[in-house]
Design a binder for this molecule. Structure first.
Ligand code: SAM
Ligand code: SF4
Ligand code: SF4
Length: 371
């Protein structure tokens, strides 16, 4: 039998255009008064890496059934939705996946997104998260198309550790070359995200800090999260951010910095000697749901209100039916106004959502809705 982690029949909630309009005022609040400002768009559910914390090889093998091309939103459909989201107050769009640079002609989508303006007439903060494997080849074209910045995921500098974490034997040198190419192309300030798994790559924390000090790159350490249902997450493999900070500060003294913007996921720290900054994203040990202004759009047009959701709202029938932009804006408005998600704050109180066996709903995978 072909394997499919996303059971489309169960997670889809096809939408009808709502009868009551929610006009786009540039400020849309959910039930916890959180504005919608940040949209992450997954442009593919495929990836050329098999990071064990995201797309473990045993599940995402040759029999795994990815979405067919006809199911994916076209660039025009994505850009139309992005314009509608911008009219509701979204000012930042992050392209993600899967590996977004695997989507053919991605520059053509970026060109369309770069033309969008907020209600105040400003361009969007347009960025992309990538594993960096194709970045050396594509950085210049991405910049020319209008991309502002990139975030590169990199879990260690040691080639043996890195090859084993990506689980496809991909060499670290090529990702480092991608980061350099992105810097040369002007896609900075570049952020590098390192997922820390205790017992797997915690020995890479200080070498990574040393490597990226003084380069203008902002290194951020992410706590290993219990996203999806396939990575076999265990709390004892989470290395709390407080420990990351302690390890680095022993070698390079640190001082805390103010958040750059409301809703920022990372806590920032500066090197006391002025040679740059780092960040920690403590999704497990310190929930930041109260400021969460992020929505996620899956590759085939389902809107997710939380990284840990098990159901999305299917916008594609509206896009492919006869709904006009204001009807779609109203649908998005209703969905966001009904949002009360705050999974990380409730984590300790909730049963583990393992999927099938215990009857709890299966959570979507990170590779499906993006980080
Ligand atoms: N393929 C691209 C990449 O790796 O940058 C974009 C998609 S990936 C799903 C987005 C981010 O999610 C990456 O930085 C990745 O490290 C992070 N991620 C995936 N699974 C995770 C987990 N279980 N815990 C914490 N971060 C995770
Ligand atoms: Fe691919 Fe990114 Fe997931 Fe790694 S984290 S498997 S690179 S989608
Ligand atoms: Fe946002 Fe959900 Fe993460 Fe909380 S758990 S910060 S609501 S995505």
């Amino acid at each position: 039998m072909r394997k499919q982690v996303i059971d489309v029949s169960r997670i889809g909630r096809p939408l009808a255009a709502p009868s009551e309009a929610v006009p786009a005022t540039g400020r849309l609040l959910d039930r916890l008064e959180r504005p919608l400002t940040d949209l992450r768009i997954s442009v593919t559910d495929r990836c050329n890496f098999r990071c064990s914390y995201c797309m473990p090889k045993e599940v995402f093998d040759k029999d795994y059934q990815y979405l067919p091309h006809s199911a994916l939103l076209s660039f025009e459909e994505i850009a139309r939705l992005a314009r509608i989201f911008a009219s509701h107050g979204v000012n930042k769009i992050r392209l993600t996946g899967g590996e977004p640079l695997l989507r053919k002609n991605l520059e053509l989508l970026i060109e369309q997104l770069a033309e969008i303006r907020t209600p105040d007439g400003l361009p969007l903060d347009l960025t992309l998260t990538t594993n960096g494997s194709l970045l050396a080849r594509k950085a210049a074209a991405l910049k020319a198309a209008g991309l502002k910045r990139v975030t590169v995921s990199l879990d260690g500098l040691d080639d043996v550790v890195f090859r084993s974490m990506n689980d496809v034997d991909f060499p670290v040198a090529q990702v480092l070359a991608g980061i350099t190419a992105a810097q040369d192309a002007g896609l900075g300030p570049i952020k590098v995200n390192m997922v820390v798994k205790r017992g797997t790559n915690d020995q890479e924390i200080v070498p990574m800090a040393r490597h990226f000090r003084d380069t203008g790159v902002v290194l951020r350490f992410i706590e290993y999260m219990d996203v999806g249902a396939t990575n076999g997450w265990r709390m004892d493999e989470v290395l709390p951010s407080a420990e990351v900070i302690r390890k680095i500060a022993e070698v390079f003294p640190l001082k805390p910095l103010e958040a750059a913007s409301a809703g920022e996921t990372a806590q920032r720290w500066a090197y006391e000697d002025g040679r740059g900054e780092i960040g920690v994203i403590s999704s497990v040990t310190q929930a930041f749901c109260s400021d969460c202004s992020r929505a996620r759009l899956s590759t085939e047009g389902r809107l997710y209100l939380c990284l840990f959701a098990s159901a999305g709202h299917d916008l594609r029938p509206l896009l492919r039916g006869d709904a006009d932009d204001s009807a779609i804006a109203s649908a998005v408005g209703h969905i966001w106004q009904g949002r009360a998600d705050r999974y990380s704050e409730l984590r300790a109180l909730l049963p583990a959502a393992s999927g099938e066996a215990d009857g709890t709903p299966r959570r979507v995978e990170m590779s499906y809705i993006g980080g």
